[in-house]
Design a protein around this ligand. Structure first.
Ligand code: PAF
Length: 275
């Protein structure tokens, strides 16, 4: 098993990259690795002779009142979990942002300012900014993103298409704990009681999926059913949309995304189903 090379600076990354002459898989993360991230690394290692992981808690994608300060930073544990990858790029903020007045990216109007984009103002500007920087620095053949952050995945795919970026985005399925909760680095914020409450999220999505499998197509009915199931929960949104995030009135099999985001205690939890 390979032990990853740790790259802290852009110069080190560039030098390492110059030595790679075969396809490179890239897994961008903010660290606090869990089995979801490991599944992205596994997919990359299966499809590419080389894999690069980045670990960077990106300040520009956090709002002023969000958890940037307390976001888990567990670099040593992450390095231990990432055995088998060729290299880990783990820069400090000052490496990635050279000035306080940089060019920023606006996400597209229709996809960028709904759901997460409406609630977390400026979030996707920061995500696209850092992902574009990382793509430019690493020149990957393929980059791996989890379907759990569905809107992020769709926006990154759109950025690659709109800017003709020469790489392939590989979507990877959501990984769940045994109790059904989608894995997220933020799950560690949940108390035992909150975790029990949070299980309503995947359970509701499963019940909605069952109704769809049984033939229900009317979004109005599915929405009402879902909201009844979620009674007492702090729901940010339950949305039925297509893959460009336009709301649907009828379920279109293979083209529907059901997004569910709730706040449990102080923790926002995202989950979704790709139908
Ligand atoms: O999904 C994440 O962990 C982050 O948003 C990403 C893509 C690494 C950009 O900071």
């Amino acid at each position: 098993m390979k032990t990853p090379v740790i790259l802290k600076t852009i110069e080190e990354l560039k030098e390492w990259r110059r030595g790679i002459n075969a396809p490179l898989g890239f897994v961008p993360t903010m660290g606090a690795l869990h089995a979801g991230h490991l599944s992205l690394l596994k997919a990359s290692m299966a499809q590419n002779p080389h894999t690069l992981l980045s670990i960077f808690v990106n300040p520009t994608q956090f709002g002023a009142n969000e958890d940037f300060g307390k976001y888990p930073r567990t670099l040593q544990a992450d390095i231990a979990l990432a055995q088998g990858v060729d290299a880990i790029f783990a820069p400090e903020s000052k490496e990635m942002y050279k000035s306080d007045d940089e060019i920023t990216l606006n996400p597209p109007k229709l996809m960028g300012y709904v759901y997460e984009g409406a609630i977390r103002k400026g979030h996707f500007d920061g995500v696209l900014q850092v992902v574009l920087k990382l793509f430019n620095l690493t020149s990957p053949t393929r980059a791996y993103f989890g379907q759990k952050d569905a809107q992020q995945l769709l926006l990154v795919q759109k950025m690659v298409k709109d800017f003709f970026l020469p790489l392939e985005i590989v979507p990877c399925p959501i990984i769940r704990d045994d109790d059904g909760l989608a894995l997220s680095s933020r799950n560690i914020y949940l108390s035992k009681e909150e975790r029990q409450i949070a299980l309503k999220i995947p359970q509701t999505l499963q019940k909605i999926a069952r109704l769809i499998n049984e033939g229900e197509r009317e979004v109005g009915k599915l929405y009402e059913f879902g909201m009844r199931e979620l009674e007492g929960m702090n729901v940010d949104y339950l949305a039925f949309c297509n893959h460009t995030l336009e709301p649907l009135e009828q379920i279109i099999p293979t083209q529907t995304l059901i997004l569910l985001t709730c706040k449990v205690g102080n923790t926002r939890l995202l989950d979704n189903l790709w139908i």
